[in-house]
Design a protein around this ligand. Structure first.
Ligand code: TEU
Ligand code: CA
Length: 551
């Protein structure tokens, strides 16, 4: 029998391999470290792990610059280690999702080296363009257009050997592939097959909305300048200085995703499971939703980034309700929702919203319909680490300079996982590649295995996530006041789920009978509210800072 719906209510755990667990004492996390911790993830209730890139890379962008899609980065291990990981994961029933980075390779990729030399097959693998002679200094070539990289400064880099500029929408070491070259599209499909043949359960697709740029043939053979955005305080080196209408969200990028979906579907019967594809595209909701597919074509699950972008430490119950309802309203019927509370590019929950909102947000992600995606460490409420300018490793930080790096750096969210209170947080036996967050001796997994903790609450929620009503129940969201948000999931014939969040610091008296759902047996999960449930009784705010579910 084919398992079509494992993913529709999956709890997916994002592992940033470099910072999860170091098994060989070099201060860098690795595959064997992950394998060692799989039983912990099983115990927690995780259905699938998504591994940030594990492939051969010079690591200018920590694996998002891939030199060979078919090889494992030596600091992370070997192909044998990967097979061993897969074997243990299979045995435990944890599915493995890999990161697919199709927009660009590393400049150390063989494809790029051969493209620089204009070798016949490879010459158009990347986005090459002639420079524009400077009218004042004829021997100086200016970049083909005003395009700016996501990591600041011109998105064009001159290559002396070839005598042309190449496009890089991210770091200089990440040349953009040319999707108008059919061979590139074919290569990428072969890479998907290569990993699918190893029994993985799907892909997270990186930077999907950057795949295509406009076709210069439609602009007289040149790449057109992007219009200025008018965003105050930005200059020509800043990404935000421009509106990216020629380099982002092109129709062709969606079509490629639909083709990859079809390719993944070829593996459904063979492996007896549906393969998941989750696409990353930071953009406005209309553009995001289009990745789900059209009437005719099946697509992917677009990451829902609105928890990250539209909820802050001031958001009240009504604000949060609106963010939830927005996705559910825009999502085409029959599709699967998803909820993201963090990733390796974003500030952590505890730092972004405050420690007292960590449980509430984890709870929402895990009781709302669809896929919940947890970034490693959010289940124990880790906070952003302090990373000095000197210790900075993220290229976005390094390109921003000592005065501006702190605002943009992604290093703080990438500090190693806190396993216990020992010297290197149980992550490594040696000094760690990025400094540990300052609170690792108090905020760590070992300290949270029992009692009312972020972790035990999360684990309870993971169990609730597996209940029929969480999988299939109807959703209702209600803001009872500025500070009380109630989420219910009702399924005829099954115990319902009611999630209650109190966002205020004050005592709140909540009469449960006012919710008018008590005749059914309900599983109540509450955050910021004491969990004393008596039929027709009332809930008053906790003496317990965190309350777990009670039946
Ligand atoms: O991020 C894509 C992306 O759009 C980033 O610009 C993102 O907006 C930024 O990191 C937020 O601060 C993906 C990966 O998640 C990121 O780690 C990579 O650096 C990037 O692609 C290039 O591969
Ligand atoms: Ca290691």
């Amino acid at each position: 029998a084919v398992d079509y719906d494992w993913w529709q209510s999956a709890l997916i755990y994002q592992i940033y391999p470099r910072s999860f667990k170091d098994s060989n004492g070099d201060g860098i996390g690795d595959l064997n470290g992950i394998t060692e911790k799989l039983p912990y993830l099983k115990e927690t209730g995780v259905d699938a792990i998504w591994l940030s890139p594990i492939f051969l890379s010079p690591m200018y962008d920590f694996g998002y610059d891939i030199a060979d899609y078919r090889e494992i980065a030596p600091e992370y291990g070997t192909m044998e280690d990967f097979h061993a990981l897969m074997k243990v994961a299979k045995k435990l029933g944890i599915r493995v999702i890999l990161d697919f980075v199709p927009n660009h390779t590393s400049n150390e990729s063989n494809w790029f080296i051969r493209s620089v030399r204009r070798e016949p097959v490879f010459q158009d693998y990347y986005v090459w363009a002639d420079g524009i002679p400077d009218p004042d200094k004829p021997d100086v070539l200016r970049p083909p257009s005003n395009w700016v990289s996501n990591f600041r400064k011109s998105a064009w880099e001159f290559n002396k050997e070839r005598g042309q500029f190449y496009l890089h929408q991210f770091v200089i070491g990440q040349p953009d592939l040319n999707y108008r070259e059919p061979r590139v599209q074919e290569e990428m499909k072969q890479i998907l097959r290569f990993w699918l043949n190893m029994g993985i359960s799907g892909f997270r697709v990186d930077a999907t909305n950057y795949l295509f740029e406009v076709d210069p043939r439609e602009f007289g053979g040149r790449y057109p300048d992007e219009p200025q955005s008018g965003v105050p305080g930005t200059g020509p080196d800043d990404y935000e200085y421009l509106n990216h209408i020629y380099t982002k969200n092109l129709n062709e990028s969606y079509n490629v995703v639909f083709e990859w979906r079809d390719l993944l579907d070829e593996y459904t019967d063979k492996d007896g499971e549906y393969k998941i594809m989750i696409t990353e595209a930071y953009t406005e909701i209309g553009q995001m939703i289009r990745y789900y597919g059209t009437g005719k074509r099946n697509g992917s699950i677009p990451f829902n980034f609105f928890f990250l972008e539209e909820i802050n430490n001031q958001s009240n119950a009504r604000d949060i309700k609106l963010v939830i309802d927005k996705w559910m309203t825009y999502m085409p019927s029959g599709q699967t929702a998803n909820w993201v509370n963090g990733n390796h590019d974003q500030s952590r929950l505890a730092s972004r919203l405050g420690t007292d909102r960590v449980d509430a947000m984890n709870m929402l992600a895990l009781i709302l319909p669809g896929v919940a995606i947890t970034y490693q460490g959010e289940e124990i409420g880790m906070s952003d680490g302090f990373v000095s300018w000197r210790d900075s490793r993220d290229p976005l930080a390094c390109n921003s300079g000592p005065d501006r790096y702190a605002r943009l750096s992604r290093d703080p969210a990438r500090t190693p996982y806190h396993w216990d209170a020992s010297a290197h947080a149980g992550f490594s036996s040696a000094a760690t590649w990025l400094p540990l967050a300052h609170n690792h001796r108090t905020v760590n997994l070992a300290a949270q295995l029992e009692g009312n903790t972020h972790y035990t609450f999360y684990k309870d929620l993971a169990a609730v996530k597996k209940k029929p009503a969480t999988r299939y129940g109807d959703l209702e969201t209600r803001a009872l006041s500025e500070s009380i948000l109630v989420v219910t999931r009702l399924l005829p014939g099954s115990p319902g789920i009611v999630g209650i969040i109190n966002l205020s610091q004050d005592d709140e008296i909540l009469n449960l009978s006012s919710l008018r759902l008590l005749p059914n047996k309900m599983i109540v999960v509450a955050s910021g509210i004491d969990c004393l449930l008596k039929k027709g009784g009332s809930l008053s705010k906790a003496y317990l800072p965190i309350s777990s579910h009670c039946a």
